[in-house]
Design a protein around this ligand. Structure first.
Ligand SMILES: [Zn+2]
Ligand SMILES: [Zn+2]
Ligand SMILES: [Zn+2]
Length: 156
């Protein structure tokens, strides 16, 4: 999906929930769409929004991110540093995507497939817990760091 289309959908979601897409909110949504692959903190979002619309305060960005979280346009997530980050939810995804966090270089990769169907079934059957969503982060060594390790071994 392209940015214009995604922006339109988000606009409709805001409208349906009784919020207006002010220029400040639009700039915030645009930054999230453009940095889809990143996991930005509120301060980082503010930094980029400020470049588009200098007439915006951090409080407005915070509030907008809160609204977008409520509407499930974004998900709030934190990794090892404990900082809250905002992550665009994948269109049509029932549950939140998973993350692969590299312990060496700190890179974060995303997995869009849910993969948890059978686990969710066990949780529902055995624990009588109705699964609505989940947060899953795998900690490990990414592909390029594995490659680097191999090369270092060969050289050294
Ligand atoms: Zn993510
Ligand atoms: Zn799931
Ligand atoms: Zn790595």
């Amino acid at each position: 999906m392209n940015t214009v289309e995604s922006l339109k959908k988000t606009k409709k979601k805001l409208h349906d929930a009784g919020f207006k897409l002010t220029p400040q909110r639009e700039a915030t949504v645009l930054v999230l769409l453009e940095k889809e692959k990143d996991h930005l903190s509120a301060e980082e979002v503010f930094f980029f929004v400020k470049q588009k619309n200098s007439d915006i305060g951090l409080a407005t960005v915070y509030r907008t991110l809160e609204i977008l979280t409520e509407l499930k346009v974004v998900d709030k997530i934190s990794f090892d540093d404990g900082v809250s980050r905002y992550d665009l939810r994948k269109e049509g995804a029932k549950h939140f995507h998973h993350h692969l966090l590299c312990l060496e270089c700190g890179s974060i990769e995303e997995i869009d497939e849910d993969l948890l169907g059978s686990v969710e079934e066990i949780v529902e059957d055995r624990y009588h817990f109705q699964v609505k969503d989940h947060r899953l982060t795998f900690h490990g060594i990414c592909r390029s760091c594995q490659q680097k390790r191999k090369e270092e071994k060969i050289e050294g």
